[in-house]
Ligand binder design. Structure first.
Ligand SMILES: Cc1cc2nc3c(=O)[nH]c(=O)nc-3n(C[C@H](O)[C@H](O)[C@H](O)COP(=O)(O)OP(=O)(O)OC[C@H]3O[C@@H](n4cnc5c(N)ncnc54)[C@H](O)[C@@H]3O)c2cc1C
Length: 472
C-alpha cells in the first residue's frame, strides 16, 4: 500500500495522543501470578530456556511423553513476555511460511509438510479444548486483500497455489471484497477459509503455563540464563543466583541474544510494530462490515496484518520491519514513534470512516527472521542441547512443531520431522556486520520498490534463485 505519511515524519498522530506503550494482550486482567525465580542450585532431566510458545510446548510435550521426567522451565522475564504474548494472534497450519514459499523451496516434501502442519494445528485446537483454555481460538481462515493493481494481478496465481495444495480458497473481485470488509482501498481479495484462524496470544500462553504446572513442570520466571556449558555428563545452565545441572537442554529464546554463538549467524532480530484501537461503537462496527471476523493481510512484501478482538477493537500491525545494526534488541527500541505514526496513517487510509477513533495500545516485538523464513532446528554439544528459533513471524502454531522436533532430537530419535530437509539443512547464514546492516537496508529498499512498481528487480530475483530473503 502506498500511503503518503502525513504524520510519520515528526508530529505525533492525533489518534496516538494518549496511547499507552503497552502490549494490549498482556495488559489485561487474568495474568497468572509469576512463578518464583531460581535461587538455589537444582537438577533436572530437561531444562527448557524461554517461556514463550516454543518453551511451553516443549515442557508440556516432554511431560506428556514421560510424566516421570523432571522438567524445569526458566524464563528471563514473565511467561509470554516475548513474541508469544505480543503477536497478531493469527494462527496458521503452515510450516513453510505459506504455500508459495513451501512449493518454491521444498516442492517434493510439500505433501508431508502440509500434513504435518495441519495435524499440528488440529492437535493445538484439541489440546486447547481438552484443557479448557480460554484462548478465543477460532479457525476462521483469513483474507488477503490487494490494494494495488499489481497486487490484484497476483491473486489468480495465489488462488491456483492454494487450490493445488487442497486449501479452501476463493477469489473476490473489488465489489465482493468491499462488500465483506468496507475499505475503499481494496481492489480484490483471496478468501482462504481453511488452514488457520485467530486466537488470543496471552490467554493461550497463560493457559499453557497452567497446563505445564499441572503436569509438574517447575517454572522459574525472572531468571535469565547467562550461559550454558558441558560439565562431565551434565549440561550446566547458569543463572544469576544458581546453576541447574541437566541431562538435556532445549533452547527456545527466539530472536533474543542467543546463548549459542552459531545462532547469531542464522537469526536476525526484526522489530515489528502494532497498534490496538479503543472498542468500536456499534455504528463504527457496522461501517466496516467484517462479519466473519477473519484475519486480514494485504498482499505485498511490506504487509499489514489486522483483526478484530473479542471486545470489538481492531489490532493493526506490520509494515515497518526494523533491523538495528549489530542485532540490537534493547527493549527501549520498542517505542519508535515514526513506525507507529506511519501505521496510524495507513489505518485511517484503509478505514477513513473510522476517523476520530483512538489507539489505546502501541508496542513492538522481536521477530526472529532467518534467510529461509522458517526456523533453524538442530542440536549442539553432542546432542545434549537442542534449539528451535527463527519462525520469521509465523510461529504461533509452528512453535509446537519446533518443540516436538527438539524432543525427537534430544532423544536421539529419527522421526518424520527430523528427516525433513527443512530440519536437516540449515538456512544460509546472514553475513556478519558491518556488511549485514547495509545489506538488509538495501534488500528492504528493493522490497519497497517492488511493492510500489510491481516489478521484482534483479537483486530480489537473485535471492529467489537461492531460496533466500528477508522477511518479518
Ligand atoms: C509483533 C509480532 C507479531 C507477530 N504476529 C504473529 C502472528 O500473527 N502469527 C504468527 O504465527 N506469528 C506471529 N509472530 C511470531 C510469533 O509470535 C513467534 O514466532 C512465536 O511467538 C515464537 O515463540 P517463541 O517461544 O519461540 O519465542 P518468544 O515468545 O519470543 O519466547 C522467547 C522467550 O525466551 C526468553 N528468553 C530469551 N533469552 C533468555 C535467556 N537468556 N534466559 C531465559 N529466558 C530467555 C524471552 O524472555 C522470551 O519470553 C509475531 C511476532 C511479533 C513480535
Amino acid at each position: 500500500m502506498t500511503i503518503t505519511p502525513t504524520h510519520a515524519m515528526g508530529a505525533r498522530h492525533p489518534a496516538l495522543a494518549d496511547t499507552a506503550q503497552a502490549v494490549f494482550w498482556t495488559d489485561r486482567p487474568g495474568a497468572p501470578d509469576p512463578e518464583p525465580p531460581l535461587t538455589r542450585p537444582a537438577r533436572a532431566d530437561l531444562v527448557v530456556i524461554g517461556g514463550g510458545l516454543t518453551g511451553l510446548w516443549t515442557a508440556i510435550c516432554a511431560k506428556d511423553e514421560d510424566p516421570s521426567r523432571d522438567v524445569v522451565l526458566v524464563e528471563a522475564s514473565d511467561i509470554a513476555f516475548g513474541g508469544s504474548g505480543r503477536n497478531g494472534g493469527f494462527i496458521s497450519a503452515s510450516l513453510t511460511h505459506g504455500v508459495a514459499h513451501g512449493q518454491a523451496v521444498w516442492p517434493s516434501e510439500m505433501p508431508s509438510l502440509l500434513r504435518l502442519g495441519r495435524e499440528n494445528l488440529q492437535q493445538i485446537a484439541d489440546f486447547v479444548a481438552a484443557e479448557g483454555i480460554d484462548a478465543d481460538l477460532r479457525l476462521v481462515g483469513k483474507t488477503a486483500v490487494a490494494t494495488s493493481v499489481h497486487a490484484r494481478d497476483q491473486l489468480p496465481a495465489m488462488l491456483e497455489q492454494h487450490l493445488r495444495w487442497g486449501e479452501d480458497a476463493e477469489l473476490l473481485d473489488a465489489d465482493a471484497v468491499r462488500a465483506d470488509v468496507h475499505s475503499p482501498t481494496y481492489l480484490g481479495g483471496l478468501r482462504v477459509r481453511s488452514g488457520g484462524g485467530l486466537m488470543d496470544p496471552a490467554r493461550l500462553c497463560w493457559g499453557l503455563k497452567a497446563a505445564a504446572l499441572r503436569r509438574g513442570v517447575r517454572i522459574h520466571e525472572g531468571t535469565a540464563v547467562t550461559g550454558i556449558a558441558v560439565s562431565g555428563p551434565a549440561v550446566v545452565v547458569r543463572t544469576p543466583m544458581a546453576e541447574i545441572r541437566a541431562d538435556r537442554v532445549a533452547l527456545a529464546t527466539n530472536g533474543f541474544e542467543p546463548l549459542l554463538r552459531r545462532l547469531r549467524w542464522r537469526v536476525l532480530p526484526i522489530f515489528d510494530h502494532v497498534l490496538v484501537t479503543e472498542p468500536l461503537t456499534s455504528a463504527q462496527l457496522s461501517s466496516i462490515g467484517w462479519q466473519d471476523g477473519q484475519g486480514l493481510t494485504d498482499v505485498g512484501n511490506q504487509f499489514h496484518y489486522y483483526r478484530r478482538t473479542a471486545d470489538d477493537r481492531i489490532l493493526w500491525g506490520g509494515y515497518d520491519a526494523i533491523y538495528y545494526r549489530g542485532n540490537r534488541t534493547e527493549s527501549w527500541r520498542e517505542d519508535r514513534p515514526e513506525s507507529h505514526a506511519l501505521l496510524a496513517d495507513q489505518f485511517f487510509a484503509t478505514f477513513p470512516q473510522l476517523e476520530g477513533l483512538h489507539f489505546t495500545h502501541k508496542w513492538a516485538g522481536i521477530i526472529d527472521s532467518t534467510s529461509r523464513f522458517t526456523p533453524v532446528i538442530g542440536t549442539a554439544m553432542k546432542g545434549r542441547i537442542a534449539y528451535s528459533v527463527g519462525y520469521t513471524g509465523l510461529g504461533t502454531a509452528a512453535s509446537r512443531f519446533g518443540a516436538l522436533t527438539m524432543l525427537d532430537l534430544l532423544a536421539g530419535r529419527r522421526s518424520e520431522r527430523t528427516e525433513l530437509a527443512m530440519v536437516r539443512r540449515k538456512p544460509v547464514p546472514f553475513p556478519p556486520e558491518p556488511l549485514r546492516y547495509p545489506l538488509i537496508q538495501f534488500t528492504r529498499a528493493r522490497l519497497a520498490d517492488e511493492d510500489r512498481t510491481g516489478r521484482r528487480g534483479l537483486w530480489l530475483r537473485t535471492l529467489d534463485r537461492f531460496g533466500l530473503g528477508f522477511n518479518s
